[in-house]
Design a binder for this molecule. Sequence first.
Ligand code: HAM
Length: 404
Amino acid sequence: MDFIFETAEKIYRTYGFTKIETPVMEYTELFSQSIGNFTDIVQKEMFSFKDRKERNISLRPEGTVGVIRAYVENNLSYNPGIVKLYYCGPMFRAERPQKGRQREFHQFGCEAIGSMNPLLDAEIIEMHVLLLNRLRLKDYYIEINSVGCRTCRKDYNRVLKEFLSRHKEKVCENCQVRAEHNPLRIFDCKNEGCQKAFENAPLLMDYLCKECKEHFEKLQYYLRSKNIEYKINKKLVRGLDYYSKTVFEIKSDLLGAQNALMGGGRYDYLVELLGGQSTPAVGTAPGIERILILMNEKKDDLSIDAHAEKRIYIAYAGNPDEEIKFRIINLLRENDYITLYTYDEKSLKAQLKEADKLNCKFCIIIGEEELKNNQIVIRSLEKGAQENISLDDFCKDSNKFLIK
Ligand code: HAM
């Protein structure tokens, strides 16, 4: 799990994001007003309770809202330019547990606050394509859509509501409520009858205003320029109400019913809704457990593999010179090598076997005989070859011998 976030963190940092940590609990109202009173998350899935002072508190079901609250409350907007933040932590949703769906799960994510430019939306997608590539995951696809702005959605909601009033009897109870309060969400209903009834429903994509249309076209232009493949899914809507314009999901068919690895998009009204100045923003959050499922499907033991380059085993032969052994271990650890050795008495053969098991690329053998000539042995466990080198040369520049 750490490895996944560490890989993401490296990418976030190179794109100029800095880390933020927000509380696991917030006032319930913060979530209900931001995510939407008629969303499943707020209606059914939050762990909510009253504290000793009778205040309504909820465990966070997602990360974006807490980040934007912190941004507004702490005047982070005074930072020049775009504010780019990333985070990682547990989230809580009282859903029925199943494969890829837990009540406590982990998300990391990033939020870029302060630009309307669709290049930023494309860059957010690009970062996560890079992440999945670095995790060596290939079985995924990207779906994009636009859910428009307040202007285009107003017209569209009227048309959609008209359509829904004509199909009321054919749809489930949930969709009847959605049709009243949150019509766009009907597209997310998994009920077969509803899906059939909505087959010919009017689509927001056909009602986008000029600005939203241009924004969506430019997003596609940037994705194409970055060689990122995507599909347009005109029925893609998100389970949270704060989105405007771009929405996207990265999905995998290997995940089963819960097929979204991550979801995100633009939310140009949220900062203002939470008391800040009108400020556009965009972000996304991958679910760590779902990435893990995909990695397990691929049977890739990445947690070890990824560090193989940097794993060194220190073995001894004969009577070890502890001082030299610790000098070498410290030197390697200072240079960020994962440095392992045995705590028990073992033959050299057993130590080499252990080194191999621990997936180390090199083994440094401190041999009684070699030390008499001020030498140590470096053995490549991949190639099975070894060479004697001067201890002084190794201490001067260990990388020279280990990065080959
Ligand atoms: P979300 O689509 O609700 O978006 O969740 C993002 C990801 O969290 C999902 O794609 C999935 O991988 C994971 N996830 C959600 N619920 C569960 C669960 N019960 N069990 C396991 N994994 C789960 C958001 O949360 C938005 N805040 C994303 C965002 C960031 N939009 C803009 N910025």
